[in-house]
Design a protein around this ligand. Structure first.
Ligand SMILES: Cc1cc2nc3c(=O)[nH]c(=O)nc-3n(C[C@H](O)[C@H](O)[C@H](O)COP(=O)(O)OP(=O)(O)OC[C@H]3O[C@@H](n4cnc5c(N)ncnc54)[C@H](O)[C@@H]3O)c2cc1C
Length: 394
């Protein structure tokens, strides 16, 4: 293992891999990435590889809209931007609300339109006319984001970012767990791993659901908790096409996106208790299947009784305001977080790789990320989004 590097990244999820790529390709800095899982298991180990990887733009903050737009363009042109193509499918996104979130939704539609995104507000009548398979009873409105898409296989961009980063000179150390961080004079000095120690100028914490463990190494509370989220694939009688819109019920907090073979990939935002990211149940519970399918088939009756094909679980990495923690720590020079994406980070991986590269290279990222700092959890000035806490729609 090398003994000195400019930038040491911990974790090869979408944020670590994308940032390693941009630093290696676009700067003169040396970068190394440390990933505790081995070369056979890393793609499936974190949140990224188990993501539903839906790329929509409806957010209530300018930063998230701009980031989603830029990331979308990178996903869409992955061969040109990163070096190899991915399967990125433009199927659009339908998000419905009932009474209490209607005004928030209308404002979000106007906001995303002002960024040039092809999105419209639909009344319940318009929704029924355009999407007759939906039960719109009690629905007060919907957003139809026609530009929204999804990455078919969430592991594909990870693999390509990691490969291309290494082609541009980044060093990737798999099966290498970071166990400590040494500091002196309020600056990071080295990363300690189970394979040796490396002197660094910057440490980038991209450990998703494991973020708080890294915090303990520097005696800082990084308030990210790992929560298990389940997904179930069902096969309805009438097969689900790959370009069928992603459907999201913002009231019941459930969603469905297409999969190959006519399958509907169904999930929800269930906020259960904290779990150990190294030791959680990666399967799917009957209780969840019954609940999520009841909620989804209330809106899409044709999914009632659909055959269950398989299911699995992944981890959300939640903060208390569902916004991520990004930026250099005020008390520790050179220590940068990009964690706590609360179940909606995948779509931001490409752009935040660029922003983190800019932060390290120039100290000034091209989009303002200051409000994402860790300090807000100390001051209590949490980020308020249109839908409120516990709805990771931003
Ligand atoms: C079921 C599910 C559905 C989702 N759907 C969507 C969606 O549709 N759209 C969307 O935008 N987002 C979605 N998300 C959220 C998104 O996937 C995450 O926000 C994002 O992938 C987080 O990426 P990350 O790089 O921060 O973390 P991760 O992908 O978890 O990567 C962290 C890495 O750090 C490594 N690591 C941890 N500790 C150490 C250590 N000590 N030493 C070395 N390595 C370490 C881990 O092994 C892991 O590989 C979903 C998430 C889940 C679970």
């Amino acid at each position: 293992m090398i003994d000195k590097i400019d930038v040491g990244i911990i974790g090869s999820g979408i944020f670590g891999a994308s940032t390693a790529f941009h630093i290696a390709r676009d700067t003169k800095l040396n970068v190394a990435l440390f990933e505790k899982h081995d070369e056979n298991t890393w793609l499936d180990a974190g949140s990224s590889g188990r993501s539903a990887s839906i790329v929509r733009h409806n957010y209530s903050t300018d930063l998230m809209i701009k980031s989603a737009v830029k990331s979308h363009n990178i996903f869409k042109n992955f061969k040109k931007e990163v070096g190899e193509p991915i399967e990125f499918i433009n199927n659009s996104y339908l998000g419905i609300v009932a009474d209490k979130k209607l005004n928030a939704l209308k404002n979000i539609v106007k906001r995303v339109q002002s960024f040039g995104i092809n999105a419209v507000f639909l009344s319940p009548e318009e929704l029924k006319e355009k999407h007759p398979y939906l039960n719109v009873e009690g629905v007060t409105g919907a957003i139809h984001n026609l530009d929204a898409s999804y990455v078919y296989d969430p592991q594909e961009p990870l693999r390509i970012y990691a490969k291309q980063a290494q082609n541009f000179g980044a060093k990737f150390y798999y099966n290498t767990k970071v166990t400590g961080i040494k500091t002196s004079n309020n600056s990071v000095k080295s990363i300690v791993t189970d394979k040796g120690e490396v002197k660094v100028n910057y440490v980038l914490n991209c450990t998703g659901p494991w973020a708080s463990e890294i915090g303990k190494m520097i005696n800082v509370d990084i308030p990210v908790i790992a929560q298990r989220q389940q997904l179930v694939d069902v096969l309805p009688d009438k097969k689900w096409g790959l370009t069928r819109p992603t459907f999201s019920d913002h009231e019941q907090q459930v969603y469905v996106r297409p999969m190959r073979g006519g399958i509907a990939h169904c999930g929800g935002h269930y906020f259960g208790s904290e779990c150990n990211p190294d030791k959680y149940n990666q399967g799917v519970d009957n209780e969840f299947i019954l609940d999520v399918m009841k909620k989804i088939s209330l809106r899409i009756p044709s999914l009632k009784g659909a055959k269950v094909v398989k299911g699995y679980s992944g981890l959300y990495e939640n903060t208390s305001d569902t916004y991520p923690i990004v930026g250099e720590m005020e008390e520790l020079n050179g220590f940068i977080n990009c964690v706590g994406w609360s179940g909606h980070g995948y779509k931001h991986g490409p752009m935040f790789g660029i922003l983190l590269k800019e932060l390290i290279e120039t100290g000034k990222p091209s989009l303002d990320i200051d409000f994402l700092g860790l300090k807000r959890f100390e001051t209590g000035k949490l980020i308020k989004t249109a839908y409120g806490v516990n709805a990771p729609y931003g």
